[in-house]
Ligand binder design. Structure first.
Ligand SMILES: Nc1ncnc2c1ncn2[C@@H]1O[C@H](COP(=O)(O)OP(=O)(O)O)[C@@H](O)[C@H]1O
Ligand SMILES: [Mg+2]
Length: 361
């Protein structure tokens, strides 16, 4: 029962899923597993294959290769209605001619649940999503946030074993998005429902997920906890997409004994690293904006000029043109030097926070 709490959550496994549209593979050899009750996110830029993956899990798109398993059972050929799913999409897809009550009740009516039971369950779920009292409204009489709550209620009322959400909040304004995010997170934990969430918004993915997978061009790049991916990206793409790392071209000078020495412009950095790298090897040095520390111009740092600044309240962000180097983002609230356009600065790189990736060419 919904109020009594938890649903029969499933474990989901994707086994080398591939889907092609014509020549191009929208999803290629994608394998991952989502634990019982886990909140798992597929994150990546537009066109990377998130929706196609979700639709294969839902049974709305048939994979060319690979399997979808629920609790170890192969469901690849099962139609959506036999998969016990709840789905929420970006455009709420409510029936405009039906009231909130009827929209939410629809799945139960289809399943021939007795009338009094339907009334009780719809009441319960509307309470849960904060819509009690609005049963008689039509979708056109609701705000975007309320409509999306109806869509969520409609997905949850059938007590699915798996909840699938495809960019559900991207049509809402920023403040409402943050609020809905918190509500979804609370509901998901309360119900213990396995959740597969799709977004291109890295902040949303970091906030909501137990684990997430970063996709690029239909392939899995890296999966892990938000902290793991943010702190230990294994590829430039992840470092860049998650948190917008600065990428500085560098060259290996020396390596060994758990350290690699790298020349970045005029700066030499000793970075903790496993393994060996050949001297002369070109690398990308990935540094988060919060790990570049600006000071007045002096020796020892990357010299540059502030191009622009953005005051965000909780932090100050500046774009700095590094002399003979790229433009970088710098972040921090109380820099030792006033950050104003035109200001000359020296950027110290915090070496313990740096990640190094091979650079070709
Ligand atoms: N029905 C379709 N027919 C042809 N190409 C498609 C279809 N659906 C998706 N694609 C293509 O597959 C790729 C992945 O799309 P999609 O899964 O929607 O990505 P995302 O949700 O990450 O933005 C894109 O290049 C897209 O153009
Ligand atoms: Mg999509």
């Amino acid at each position: 029962m919904l109020t009594a709490g938890r649903v029969q959550a499933v474990e989901v496994e994707l086994d080398r899923l591939t889907k092609r549209f014509g020549e191009t593979a929208a999803v290629y050899g994608l394998s991952l597993s989502v634990g019982r009750g886990e909140f798992f996110t597929l994150l990546g830029p537009s066109g990377c294959g998130k929706t196609t993956t979700l639709r294969m899990v839902a049974g709305l798109v048939e994979p060319d290769e690979g399997r979808v398993l629920f609790d170890g059972r192969d469901v690849t050929r099962l139609p959506p209605w036999d998969r016990n799913l709840g789905m929420v999409f970006q455009n709420y897809a409510l029936w405009p001619h039906m009231t909130v009550f009827d929209n939410v009740a629809f799945g139960l009516v289809e399943r021939r649940v007795p009338r009094h039971e339907i009334r009780r369950r719809v009441g319960e779920v509307l309470e849960k999503v904060g819509l009690a009292g609005l049963e008689g409204r039509f979708p056109s009489q609701l705000s975007g946030g309320q409509q999306q709550r109806v869509a969520l209620a409609r997905a949850l009322v059938v007590r699915p074993a798996l909840l699938l959400l495809d960019e559900p909040f991207s049509n809402l304004d920023a403040k409402l998005r943050v609020q809905m995010r918190a509500e979804l997170s609370r509901l998901q934990r309360e119900l213990g429902i396995t959740t597969l969430y799709v977004t291109h918004d890295q902040e949303e993915a970091l906030v909501l997920s137990d684990r997430l997978a970063v996709l690029e061009s239909g392939r899995l790049v890296q999966a892990g906890s938000p902290r793991d991916l943010y702190e230990n990206p294994r590829e430039v793409f992840v470092a860049d997409f998650l948190g917008g790392a600065n990428l500085l071209p560098g060259v290996v000078v020396r390596s060994g004994s758990g350290e690699v020495e790298i020349q970045v412009g005029p700066v030499r950095l000793a970075v903790p690293a496993e393994g060996e790298a050949a001297p002369g090897q070109p690398v990308w040095v990935s540094v988060r904006p919060e790990h570049l520390v600006p000071s007045a111009e002096e020796a020892g740092g990357l010299r540059g000029t502030v191009l622009s600044t953005d005051y965000l309240g909780w932090t100050l962000q500046a774009e700095v043109a590094v002399a003979d180097g790229p433009r970088v983002q710098v972040r921090g609230l109380d820099p030792a030097v006033p950050l104003r356009p035109g200001q000359a600065v020296s950027l110290r790189i915090r070496p313990e926070k740096v990640r190094v990736f091979p650079r070709r060419g």
